[in-house]
Design a protein around this ligand. Structure first.
Ligand code: SAM
Ligand code: DTB
Ligand code: SF4
Length: 325
């Protein structure tokens, strides 16, 4: 029988799931995964940084924060043609979702925002799910994005509330939650997850999962990123997170939020095919494809397609296509 969807998990319940013997945890997650999803389908998403670098925030992991000295080449908002060209390529390579990221602290009601809204219209016409990650938004801005046709808004909580101020000082956890509430008031779906490998404890990971799982409605997609340690950021020398932590996080997210898409996001370039297979077994059913994330490298597209072939995975159709058949 399918487990019920809950949003009242105690810390102890989440900890018990997270700490269960690894193979039992994976088995349980794989079971839940099969009750709610086609376990051979993996969603392919494509990212594009439409505005890169120069961000006023101080997120310790981020190569785009203006205050760190990284190799990122800053650029202002890309022209519409460039973005549409990238979206067309994403569609041709079988992506169902196109996610535009901007290194903004928050959306401002200016010409750049209007330009993004205009791009959203055109990308939608290609039959792609449009996702945006533009920083904090007000209720009115969220409504504008929704009206323009944005399918999902990404805004990660990144870590636990307790660990938040160790990673970011220019905003707080509540600011993050407020934006997520503003998005929730619209038709857009919520994409929110976090990062592992920031130096957080298991307890922080458990609290982060608990926050996501206890939202009134679970985020429709939950990205689990492994830190990509970038030279010049305060976390440049952070020890890479081990595979089993990623597997535990993904499996726990799958069990706690059975209906959500769980995305094995940043960090795949440092993971073996076997490690990634374990993550899919644990319930991950979405990835970013294409050789670049926002500013850092991702596995080669052809290597990913070979992996799909080896594992018998197929690309998930876009919800828009599914709706039209
Ligand atoms: N500026 C907006 C914001 O912070 O919401 C949108 C873009 S921001 C780059 C989106 C997310 O990317 C962050 O919340 C974080 O979870 C993730 N991210 C950024 N740098 C990363 C890194 N080096 N490794 C893993 N994830 C990273
Ligand atoms: C998410 O959770 N991860 C993506 C997307 N949502 C926006 C971003 C990963 C960024 C990794 C570092 C970079 O390439 O700049
Ligand atoms: Fe700016 Fe987003 Fe990077 Fe933080 S994660 S520095 S808000 S681009």
């Amino acid at each position: 029988m399918r487990p019920e969807i809950r949003n009242n998990y105690s810390t102890q319940e989440v900890a018990d799931i997270y700490h269960s013997p690894l193979l039992s945890l994976v088995y349980q997650a794989a079971t839940v995964h099969r009750q709610f999803h086609n376990a051979n389908e993996v969603q392919k998403c494509t990212l594009l940084s439409v505005k890169t670098g120069g961000c006023p925030e101080d997120c310790a992991y981020c190569p785009q924060a203006a205050r760190y000295h990284t190799d990122v080449k800053n650029h202002g908002l890309l022209p519409k043609e460039t973005v549409l060209d990238a979206a067309q390529k994403a569609k041709a390579s079988g992506s169902s979702r196109f996610c535009m990221g901007a290194a903004w602290r928050e959306v401002r009601d200016n010409r750049d925002f209007d330009k993004v809204l205009d791009m959203v219209h055109d990308i939608n016409d290609l039959g792609l799910e449009v996702c945006c990650t533009l920083g904090m938004v007000t209720e009115e801005q969220a409504q504008k994005l929704s009206d323009a046709g944005v399918y999902a808004y990404n805004h990660n909580i990144d870590t636990s509330e307790e660990n938040y101020s160790n990673i970011i000082s220019t905003r707080n956890f509540d600011d993050r939650l407020r934006t997520l509430e503003n998005v929730r008031k619209t038709k857009m779906t919520v994409c929110s997850g976090g990062i592992v490998g920031l130096g957080e404890t298991d307890e922080d990971r458990i609290h982060m999962l608990q926050t996501l799982a206890n939202m009134e409605k679970h985020p429709e997609s939950v990205p689990i990123n492994a830190l990509v340690a970038v030279e010049g950021t305060p976390l440049e020398n952070q020890k890479p997170v081990d595979t089993w932590t990623m597997v535990r996080m993904i499996a726990s997210a799958r069990i706690l939020m059975p209906e959500s898409m769980v995305r094995l996001s940043a960090g795949r370039l440092s993971m073996s095919e076997e490690a990634q297979a374990m993550c899919f077994m644990a319930g991950a059913n979405s990835i970013f494809t294409g050789e670049k994330l926002l500013t850092t490298p991702n596995p080669e597209y052809d290597d990913d397609m070979k992996m799909f072939d080896t594992l018998g995975l197929v690309a998930m159709p876009s919800s828009k296509e599914a709706a039209s058949v």
